[in-house]
Design a protein around this ligand. Structure first.
Ligand code: HEM
Length: 257
């Protein structure tokens, strides 16, 4: 219910992104600024909604009784080899080639990420609308890798994978947003109006706050339930602590200098 409430309350952010993009086409900087204010304010309002997760969702109950149903078959303790799909022959990146087929059956071992609120179309629209770029895991922005906390590099990009799990029309919408007039570039190009960058940065920093709150939540509901083992894996199959920290860092670093 909490992700749904967030998508519902955040819907005006999507309208404001579209309005800002339209205003760029119309060379209307006042309108771009007004919509950036809406984006920044509304992102801030999502944080107390996110915290409502604590109201009626006890971390122990979540860990012991709820979470298994969202789990996937990638990076999974329950299914270390994935799941064998009898009769499914298609070879794609979900196939685990390392095992022989059981009893010589035709089919493929497959590993899929599970369900995650990271499949929220709103959050992806915000990332794309603000040009927050997410790299594959381990491809950290400079500021994080210099602290030594960057995980090993890989080619897996969980944010892009979550985007690919959205219903087709949402995916198309997100792709369209990405090729529409770029709000960040507009703010950078119009530095003679400093309020544009100020509001843009406020939106990025509020999104970073949202991700801070979420990381604390994931720690409480998952990492602490494993007696603090920070190698915990999310239902989406990510090594959650390095992944969520990287995403948060990329959000902070997106602010205009
Ligand atoms: C009990 C509550 C929650 C837990 C334990 C949790 C845990 C996680 C974990 C472990 C990930 C990493 C991906 C994975 O491997 O699954 C993730 C990603 C994500 N989750 Fe949650 N989550 C919770 C609630 C929420 C809620 C309510 C939202 C609201 C939209 C949300 C939004 C996201 C987003 C957007 C991502 C992608 C990473 C990012 O954008 O920072 N989560 N979550």
């Amino acid at each position: 219910l909490v992700p749904v409430a967030i998508d519902y309350h955040g819907a005006p952010i999507i309208c404001a992104i579209l309005e800002a993009q339209k205003a760029i086409l119309g060379h209307d900087s006042k309108k771009v600024l007004a919509n950036l204010k809406i984006i920044a304010d509304k992102i801030c309002e999502l944080i107390p909604i996110l915290k409502r997760m604590y109201e009626r969702c006890d971390p122990k109950v979540f860990w012991k009784r709820v979470r298994a149903y969202s789990g996937g078959s990638r990076n999974s303790e329950l299914f270390p080899n994935g799941i064998f799909y009898e009769g499914v022959m298609v070879k794609d990146r979900h196939v685990n080639e390392n095992l022989p087929n059981p009893n010589g059956l035709a089919g493929t071992w497959r590993m899929y990420p599970g369900a995650s609120a990271g499949q929220s179309p709103l959050i992806h629209a915000i990332d794309v609308g603000l040009s927050i770029d997410h790299k594959p895991i381990g491809k950290c922005p400079v500021s994080q890798s210099s602290t030594g906390s960057c995980p090993a590099s890989s080619t897996i990009n969980p944010m892009i994978e979550m985007r690919e799990a959205l219903p087709g029309e949402f995916q198309e919408f997100i792709k369209d947003l990405a090729v529409a007039p770029n709000i960040k570039h507009y703010c950078q190009a119009n530095h003679q109006i400093p309020e544009l960058s100020t509001e843009f940065n406020r939106a990025c920093l509020n999104m970073k706050e949202f991700r801070d709150t979420h990381l604390q939540m994931a720690t409480r509901y998952v990492v602490l339930q494993r007696k603090g083992d920070s190698t915990a894996v999310g239902t989406g199959g990510t090594d959650l602590v390095p992944f969520l920290k990287q995403v948060r860092q990329e959000t902070e670093d997106n602010a205009i200098a």
